[in-house]
Design a protein around this ligand. Structure first.
Ligand code: F6R
Length: 240
């Protein structure tokens, strides 16, 4: 496991974007796993910039989002269908056809179809991840099986509270989601885990230095052969 610590969002985003761009340089039709949320925003900005600088052809790249709220209208501005379109597809310069997001219907069939679509694309080459304050990856909340696959899940009160900033109130945050499982995430050939800010420091320290346990979902990444944590100083502050 590699842990890199940066002083500012620009250098953090650039380093993380380089992991993605290097994969695309080696394999123009690379499959990139996409996270929503605040942590990867500097990565997406740098991805666009680096691709322009290097003249990278992104036309064969495919993207698979980690998760989506269950029951949300995909046209809702805070659905992950919308967020991925606005924060990844447009700024990076991909087409909507290149990017897949789990169905908000969140049925067993939709989950199975998503697993099959990832497999048919050849699996994920680089999975971009944020980490929740409770150590969740995707929407795999504490207690998720370490070998779980894409499925419908309930969100914890903490996650609902954290995501209330994107909605009018906590009552408007969907209470369930469809998420790639921890086993699905672990199948990716490389994991790039981003964390920014003091609120993530305890989860980052537990995930990297604590035991591998369902109580701290991100700890499963200790068992991945190719993982890089990309942190700012605040998120790294509790690492020994
Ligand atoms: C996003 C996702 C979540 C977030 C995590 C951190 O698709 O699945 O696991 O990565 O909640 O969110 P931010 O980056 O907003 O702190």
């Amino acid at each position: 496991m590699e842990v890199r610590v940066f002083d500012d969002a620009v250098s953090l985003g650039r380093f993380a974007a380089e992991q993605v761009l290097d994969a695309i340089a080696a394999k123009p039709d690379a499959v990139i796993g996409l996270a929503t949320g605040s942590s990867p925003l500097s990565l997406y900005a740098a991805w666009a910039e680096l691709a322009r600088e290097r003249g990278t052809d992104l036309s064969a790249v495919r993207g698979f989002a980690l998760d989506e709220y269950a029951g949300i209208d995909p046209a809702h501005p805070e659905s992950y269908h919308s967020v991925i379109a606005h924060e990844v597809v447009t700024p990076v310069g991909l087409t909507p056809e290149q990017v897949f997001v789990p169905s908000a219907e969140a049925t067993e069939e939709a989950a199975e179809a998503y697993e099959q679509a990832i497999a048919a694309a050849g699996g994920v080459d680089v999975q971009i991840l944020g980490i929740g304050r409770n150590g969740h990856l995707g929407f795999n909340e504490p207690g998720s099986a370490l070998d779980s696959r894409t499925r419908r899940v309930a969100l914890t009160a903490e996650t609902i509270e954290d995501n209330a900033r994107f909605f009018d109130s906590a009552a408007d945050v969907p209470t369930e989601a469809i998420t790639q499982g921890l086993g699905t995430i672990m199948d990716a050939r490389k994991l790039v885990i981003l964390a920014v800010g003091e609120a993530k420091a305890a989860a980052v320290a537990a995930a990297i230095e604590g035991p591998v346990t369902e109580a701290m979902p991100a700890s499963i990444a200790q068992r991945h052969p190719n993982v890089v944590y990309v942190l700012d100083r605040a998120a790294a502050s509790l690492l020994s």
